[in-house]
Design a protein around this ligand. Structure first.
Ligand code: BYC
Ligand code: FE
Ligand code: FE
Length: 474
């Protein structure tokens, strides 16, 4: 289905045919724009940014590129094409037709899932709103803004569902999505990670690597949903998500590359000398990975969860890529799991698989996270350096679930509270680490120039050269 750009709200859902819905969304639109104006990358409203915009939802016609002032970006409502005769692919109602409306008994649960998903999107824009002032290059600045406008569109995707399928409650939730703010003490965002400040670009790269990847897994599991409009929304959002994770993976890769150059030049792996030379030593990068990975791992919820069991059995939320599995009902299946025994030790138990699905998802997520690490470690190895980057244990620094608040090392060992508190600054960025990283964050805004702590990308955007003027600052 092609996208209609002649309307106030670009869409491929035939919005013009439903006047009431159209009016409700046109009422929300100025509230969104006001939010963007106040909470988005405010100081760059006059900049011309080389952005991609969706023109159609199939693989070929995905995007057009052009210089855009961000407040004029065409945020709209795009669903992936319907799959004809689509059937429920998992849970107790497997094989029945998917739902085009929300079944009454699942209304509040589905609304909650959609609100939670929707809440993360504007949260990330708020978290990143000041990064433009310290961009390492125009190429990076453009990527930041591309991610920001697309997260804004992901909010539109969820708000459309709330307005179209949840009546008055949905419209109220849509307003609330603009009223909560990241880090706000009265009205914070729903999930913890989305209240963490992202005040430097190393955090931005880690966030897009780890946290946007949670987005990929959550969206994949919601793309399996029996509620077909949610499934179609998420399928299209996933096509946008790939670029966000690309920004993270190549960003960290470029930091590693630059650090290796400095190590070679100086002939040392001494962190103090590398820092004095204006680069990020690898142990410091490891601390940032530990911080954002452990925070993102919480986003999968508790290891043992009755919510996950009900969501799956009722067909609301599947596993990512459900078709890779044979058993789609999971009644009777179990998963062996290690849990803290409450006495300082660990016990092994068999958990009903339906209750263990958050853990199943977390495991596939962590496997996916390993891919980038392998790549970065290959570069380190090729440079003849012995250091290896690793993922922290999924039990390290948890705030949610069975391991919440327990003193576990990044290697997964339970230790005493006193030792944990003493060693934590070795594992996640300390105040002085953060201050050092902040000191590196100097704005570089000349086409083709890069900050000294990060290597240039291998190629530019859309076949343009790296030194293209991706953002024309006003
Ligand atoms: N922080 O059984 P439990 C993205 C709550 S990222 C705070 O453990 P459940 C993006 C939970 O809400 C993808 N609270 O977990 C990335 C529940 O509260 P209630 C976002 C948490 O329900 C980058 C209670 O603990 N999408 O798109 O099975 C940039 C017990 O719940 C947390 C989604 O998350 C936490 N970390 O699963 C931009 C998908 N974890 O209900 C965008 C929608 C748990 O008892 N959300 N709790 O008051 C969900 O599917 C589920 O809500 C969760 C939790 C996976 C988050
Ligand atoms: Fe998103
Ligand atoms: Fe994203």
């Amino acid at each position: 289905m092609t996208i209609n750009y002649s309307e106030k709200i670009p869409n491929n859902v035939n919005l013009a045919n439903d006047r009431t819905l159209q009016r409700a969304l046109e009422h929300w639109q100025p509230h969104f724009l006001q939010w963007w104006h106040e909470m988005g990358p405010t100081d760059f409203e006059k900049a011309e940014v080389y952005l991609r915009t969706a023109t159609s939802v199939d693989a070929k016609g995905w995007a057009t590129y052009g210089a855009v002032h961000m407040p004029e970006y065409r945020w709209g409502i795009f669903l992936a094409d319907a799959v004809p005769e689509r059937k429920i692919g998992f849970g107790d109602a497997m094989g029945q037709s998917v739902w085009q409306q929300v079944p009454g008994e699942y209304r509040s649960t589905l609304r909650r899932l959609i609100v939670t998903q929707g809440d993360t999107e504007p949260a990330s824009v708020e978290q990143q709103r000041l990064l433009g002032h310290t961009c390492p290059s125009l190429y990076d600045l453009r990527n930041l803004f591309q991610v920001n406008v697309e997260e804004g569109r992901h909010l539109w995707a969820m708000v459309y569902l709330l307005h179209a399928y949840f009546g008055r409650d949905g419209r109220e939730e849509a307003e609330e999505l603009l009223a909560r703010h990241s880090g706000d003490s009265d009205k914070p965002r729903i999930l913890i990670t989305f209240n963490e400040p992202i005040s430097d670009w190393l955090s931005f790269y880690c966030f897009t690597y780890f946290t946007d990847r949670d987005g990929k897994y959550q969206l994949k599991s919601l793309a399996e949903s029996s509620f077909d409009p949610l499934s179609r929304s998420c399928r299209f959002m996933l096509t946008e998500e790939a670029h966000h994770m690309f920004v993270g993976e190549t960003g960290i890769g470029r930091v590693v590359k630059r650090t290796l150059e400095v190590m070679k030049e100086l002939g040392t792996d001494d962190p103090a000398r590398i820092r004095a030379h204006g680069a990020v030593d690898l142990p410091l990068l490891q601390k940032y990975l530990n911080f954002w990975c452990s925070s993102s791992v919480d986003l999968f919820g508790s290891e043992i969860s009755s919510n996950s069991a009900a969501n799956f059995a009722n067909g609301l939320k599947g596993r990512p890529d459900e078709e890779q599995y044979e058993d789609h009902v999971l009644r009777g299946a179990t998963l062996r799991m290690e849990s803290p025994d409450g006495k300082g030790g660990i016990r092994t138990e068999d958990v009903p698989m339906l209750n263990a699905l958050n853990e199943v998802m977390r495991e596939s997520y962590l496997k996916d996270c390993e891919i980038g690490l392998k790549r970065w470690n290959r570069a380190i190895e090729r440079a003849g350096q012995g250091f290896r980057l690793t993922l922290p244990s999924p039990h390290f620094r948890r705030s949610i679930g069975a391991w919440a608040g327990l003193p576990v090392t990044p290697q997964g060992k339970l230790i005493s509270r006193a030792e944990y508190d003493k060693r934590l600054p070795d594992w996640v960025p300390s105040e002085s680490d953060r201050a050092f990283v902040r000191s590196l964050m100097q704005k570089v805004a000349e086409p083709g120039k890069m900050a000294a702590w990060v290597a240039p990308p291998e190629r530019g955007i859309n076949n343009l050269p790296v030194d293209y003027e991706y953002v024309h600052l006003a």
